[in-house]
Design a binder for this molecule. Sequence first.
Ligand code: PEP
Length: 255
Amino acid sequence: MIRKKLIVGNWKMNKSGSDGITLTREIIEAVGREVAVDIVICPPFTALESVGHALEGQTIKLGAQNMHSDKRGAFTGEVSAEMLRALFVTHVILGHSERRTYFGEMDNFVSKKIRAALAAQLRPILCLGETLIERETGSTLAVVQRQLDSGLREVSKDQITSVIVAYEPVWAIGTNKVATAAQAQETHTFIRVRLTELYGTALAQKVRILYGGSMKPANAPELLAQPDIDGSLIGGASLEARSFIDIVKTAIAAG
Ligand code: PEP
């Protein structure tokens, strides 16, 4: 097995301290010592510390949903990579389409954040994906390539295997309109080919490419069986222990 599957829960702006702890404990009880897949949960900033404590001694890792590219300074409302590291965060979601759409984050800023995360030994989860209009006008692959190339600008060969790519068609996020397995696999293959052009075959084969967009227990088996789908970034279905655990178990079965 060249790439261990990775399942990431993105809680978005949900789960206060006590709700987050309850959900974390339920996940720990079911899969807290799992080693066949990697699991990351990404609570909101305010729950990072408490969820981090609950995860002590478990194999499940702690992720954040965003960060700023600078180390410190006058950036009201922001947090830095070092601040996340101090809370034992290991992963950070960057360039999520909700950040790009609602908070105006551009490729350039995302790219700076990727470099800052890597410099602080955080593993960035670089999100990319096309909108519905971009898919309908046939520009999916061009958009994905632009976001990928920009996100990885100045990411070296030594660093690339620390990066996780998440393909998330914007039209599939939170909409219950999941990409078909064939649509997802096509874009994942395209991303793998581009990674090969940029970093060579051996390294490109090691990079994990997640699918995100309305993944649920019912559609997970087909998606996770695709050769280039190495796991998933899950929003809605990660807020309920049963559905998140079911997807983790599907990933274990898919190998
Ligand atoms: C996401 O926000 O990354 C996501 C995939 O959300 P959902 O699973 O709810 O579509």
